[in-house]
Design a protein around this ligand. Structure first.
Ligand code: GLC
Length: 482
């Protein structure tokens, strides 16, 4: 490991961004892009929050693109794609990227997968096209997962795809460039837990000390070195690839504290002030439910429900549900429990109707291909989005106080979109009133033909065609006063 340069940030009442002279000299690091932080005003006097703290208007401006896009592609791609869920004949119902943990693979053995990792079929333009055609507007890819292997050309480690595999190329570079070209935001996942870094080891019954484990121990004095290593990698990721989001994970280690999370949050924001960071940077997350605890202020800009959709959205709270399409994040060749495109599309609608984003995962193979069942499902989603995207992008949560019996709703100023899952057999859709008179009603797929409706004090009855135009979700638009 090469020596690291550290960026110091002091969170005194006046924030001062201090760059070491060595860091300033390095032309690899584009420090010109970094604006010094504004004076810090804390959100509350009780909590010294993970600044730079901003006004609501500043935060809204920073979060704007993320709130508008609603739908993104998660990519879990790494060395675990080589064993693809099988080690020495052993298979598991567990997730593919955790194979180093469940198959108890020692570091030195796991490293050997790198020699077989040669994703020659990888095509960045194709990856981005698949995402874009599905209607996805951003991509979050694993830069380094729990196994510690970097999928980009890291200068602070040789445990990366360029140095350690026969591929010798940086797929992340190609993907970042393609995303930019095709107009998608490019973002990174980064794991705090690291099964490969020498600072961490496993102390668990039956476990090899250098294998993977849900929790690792930190060697005495190892944390400082490891945090410097992480910061080195994060600086590379931010300055080289300009990500829109940093999506942390693996924060549940007992050696990682909220203060560490706040420090890392500040570090990342100092490198790119308008970047967006998830709540797994610190200790705020409530397990798989993913929303941040409210007993104090925690680092992170949005909640991260995992494999689930909250029952209700929370006004003013940003969140993103991440989900798999089968049952694993990292590729497993025998996992064929695919969700239907109907489930995926309705999940997207359900999430948007609660004011959240949907981050839907693909797990590419070691050859560099997105599995065909994923490609097919994404194409189906894309077909729906082509007609109905306006009812998803830039929308906010349903205006109805309770969930609609026939489907879901999203809204925009002057418009409510009704996503009808259960089409009324009698051609009469009854919508509870929500306080705004309806001016015009029509099918999103057919805006020129106005639908007749009657409004009473309880409901708006809309005369709809007898058959739904889309059996998954047909969208009606109700125009209202702004
Ligand atoms: C979990 C898993 C991890 C996966 C992540 C995605 O935290 O540990 O493998 O990357 O969920 O949300």
């Amino acid at each position: 490991m090469k020596r690291l340069r550290t960026l110091f940030f002091f969170s005194a009442p006046i924030a001062i961004l201090y760059l070491s002279p060595v860091a300033q000299m390095s032309n690899k690091l584009q420090f010109g892009a970094i604006k010094p932080n504004k004076p810090v005003t804390y959100v509350s006097d009780k909590v010294k929050f993970a600044g730079p703290v901003e006004t609501k208007a500043e935060r809204d401006a920073r979060m704007k693109w993320w709130r508008d896009v609603r739908f993104g592609m998660f990519i879990h791609w790494g060395l675990y794609a080589v064993p693809a869920g099988e080690y020495k004949g052993q298979r598991s119902t567990r997730i593919g990227e955790w194979i180093m943990e469940w198959a108890n693979i020692p570091r030195a053995e796991y490293e050997k997968f790198a020699l077989q990792f040669n994703p020659v079929k990888f095509n960045a333009a194709e990856f981005v096209r698949i995402a874009k055609d599905a209607g996805m507007k951003y991509i979050v890819i694993t830069s380094k997962h729990h196994d510690g292997f970097a999928m980009y050309d890291s200068k602070v480690s040789t445990y990366d795809i360029v140095d350690a595999t026969p591929y010798h190329k940086d797929p992340i570079k190609a993907l970042a460039a393609e995303a930019k070209k095709q107009g998608l935001k490019f973002c990174f996942y980064y794991s705090i837990l690291d099964w490969h870094h020498p600072s961490q080891y496993v102390d668990a019954p039956g476990k090899d000390p250098s294998a993977g484990n849900r929790t690792t121990k930190m060697k005495p004095g190892g944390k400082e070195e490891y945090v410097a290593y992480m910061k080195g990698q994060l600086r590379e990721l931010i300055t080289t690839y300009d990500p829109g989001v940093l999506w942390f994970d693996g924060e549940w280690q007992d050696w990682w504290t909220e203060e560490d999370g706040q420090d890392l949050y500040r570090f990342v924001r100092a490198l790119k002030p308008d970047i967006i960071i998830n709540n797994r940077v610190g200790k705020g997350r409530q397990g798989m439910v993913g929303m941040s605890k409210t007993d104090r202020e925690y680092a992170g800009d949005f909640g991260t429900p995992e494999q689930q959709i909250p029952a209700n959205g929370l006004p003013g709270v940003d969140w993103e549900s991440c989900m798999t399409m089968n049952t694993t994040w990292g590729f497993k060749f025998y996992d064929d429990q695919w969700k239907s495109s109907q489930t995926i599309i309705r999940n997207l609608i359900d999430i948007a109707s609660k004011g959240g984003n949907y981050l839907l995962n693909v797990g590419p193979t070691a050859e560099g291909l997105i599995p065909q069942p994923s490609v097919e499902r994404l194409a189906e989603v894309g077909k729906w989005m082509k007609v109905n995207g306006a009812a998803i992008y830039g929308t906010t949560a349903s205006p109805f106080p309770t969930q609609l019996t026939f489907g879901r709703a999203t809204s925009k100023p002057g418009r409510v979109y009704l996503h009808v899952f259960d089409w009324p057999a009698d051609g009469n859709l009854r919508v509870p009133v929500w306080g705004k008179p309806v001016k015009r009603a029509y099918l999103l797929a057919n805006p020129k033909t106005a639908l007749k409706f009657n409004e009473s004090s309880e409901a708006v009855s809309i005369q709809v065609p007898l058959k739904a135009s889309d059996s998954i979700a047909t969208v009606l638009v109700l125009e209202t006063a702004n």
